[in-house]
Design a protein around this ligand. Structure first.
Ligand SMILES: Nc1ncnc2c1ncn2[C@@H]1O[C@H](COP(=O)(O)OP(=O)(O)O)[C@@H](O)[C@H]1O
Ligand SMILES: [Mg+2]
Length: 333
């Protein structure tokens, strides 16, 4: 993976070209003082009742975010160049990432490890990482859309050909995916050919879509083709090398079905989705809803918090079982 590829997947780079096929977005440039503030350890949110007494950069951010929110009817989904602070969503009252005030935006950005990663090491997995001083950091305020996770798909493009599609949320299975596998794939292939294939500048990349119905598909995001991006129901070895994505590794075939669609001279596209019988797993950010002490050492945590729980009394004397459970639920995206 090249640093240039990561740069091209920044929303500030691709938005203009794909504006018509994605959610309306306003950008606020992040000045160095604000980036320093985000990088500071403490979670101190300024008092926006007293805006004129705040440092100038907070005043400016306040006005620009407020204006962006106003243009989006005061409900917005936010992200930095690459990542959304989805790991911090539990801090908001409704826990669903809807930002309705400048305070919400600040709270999510200050509390998220995912956005901290954007600020500190976006090129971590690249062959020759470039300096972060070459990045123009932005806050993207996106129009809020009610999206059902069963409508979301991640699509893998290799050598400009769409080779794989996976359901985006792999914590649940939906019977409709089996019933509509062919129409799902054919509509995503048509959308890709019409709107993306000859327009996105990279030859290898990943894009996420939300498919409302046969006719209506929107781009959610572009991501680099490589381990920084979660391969979901594909492994990166398969995605990078395998010619036969319709042959599934043993552990994936236990939980997933596939549908292979042959697409004329463009080769074939393999769609993977969880079997109806697949064990439902915790969602990717479930881990973030618990204090870390509870995850690492549930027995001590229960003791210090004076909680009389099953954890204390369970047969699982050393808490290993709990730890494994949490480890398995920790999926990055
Ligand atoms: N505009 C939006 N309104 C509501 N939810 C959204 C919006 N954009 C994205 N989401 C939800 O947030 C998830 C993550 O969004 P995405 O932009 O891909 O962030 P990341 O790159 O950090 O994963 C999406 O899968 C979708 O469920
Ligand atoms: Mg993304």
């Amino acid at each position: 993976m090249k640093s240039e590829d990561v740069l091209m997947c920044s929303i500030s780079k691709w938005y203009k070209q794909f504006k018509k096929n994605t959610f309306q977005t306003y950008f606020v440039k992040l000045c160095p003082d604000f980036i320093d503030y985000l990088n500071e350890d403490c979670v101190l949110i300024p008092d926006f009742e007293e805006v004129p007494s705040l440092p100038l950069f907070h005043q400016q951010m306040y006005l620009e975010i407020k204006e962006g929110l106003r243009k989006l009817c005061n409900v917005s989904f936010i992200k930095l160049n690459w990542s959304a602070p989805t790991d911090a969503r539990w801090l908001l009252l409704n826990q669903n990432m809807q930002c309705t005030s400048v305070e919400d935006v600040y709270l999510l950005l200050k509390s998220s490890d995912r956005t901290a990663h954007d600020l500190s090491q976006p090129f971590k997995d690249c062959l020759s990482p470039i300096s972060i001083s070459d990045v123009e950091y932005v806050l993207a305020l996106r129009k809020w859309e009610d999206i059902c996770s069963s409508w979301e798909f991640r699509c893998f493009v290799r050598d400009r050909h769409l080779v794989g599609i996976s359901q985006r949320d792999i914590s649940a299975s939906w019977p409709y995916l089996r019933q509509e596998e062919e129409t799902i794939v054919s509509s995503i292939v048509s959308f890709f050919k019409e709107k993306i294939q000859n327009f996105f500048p990279l030859t290898n990349f990943v894009f996420d879509v939300v498919r409302y119905n046969k006719e209506k598909i929107k781009i959610v995001d572009f991501n680099p083709f490589g381990i920084t991006t979660d391969g979901l129901l594909f492994t990166w070895e398969e995605l990078s090398e395998s010619e036969n994505l319709d042959v599934m590794p043993q552990d994936i075939s236990v939980v997933a079905n596939y549908f292979c669609w042959t697409n004329g001279e463009d080769g074939s596209v393999v769609f993977r989705y969880l079997k109806d019988s697949a064990r439902i797993q915790s969602t990717s950010h479930r881990l973030n809803c618990y204090p870390i002490d509870m995850v690492l050492n549930p027995k001590d945590f229960a003791k210090s918090a004076n909680i009389s729980t099953e954890l204390k009394d369970s047969d699982d004397e050393d808490g290993e079982g709990e730890r494994d459970h949490f480890k398995n639920s920790d999926v990055c995206s």
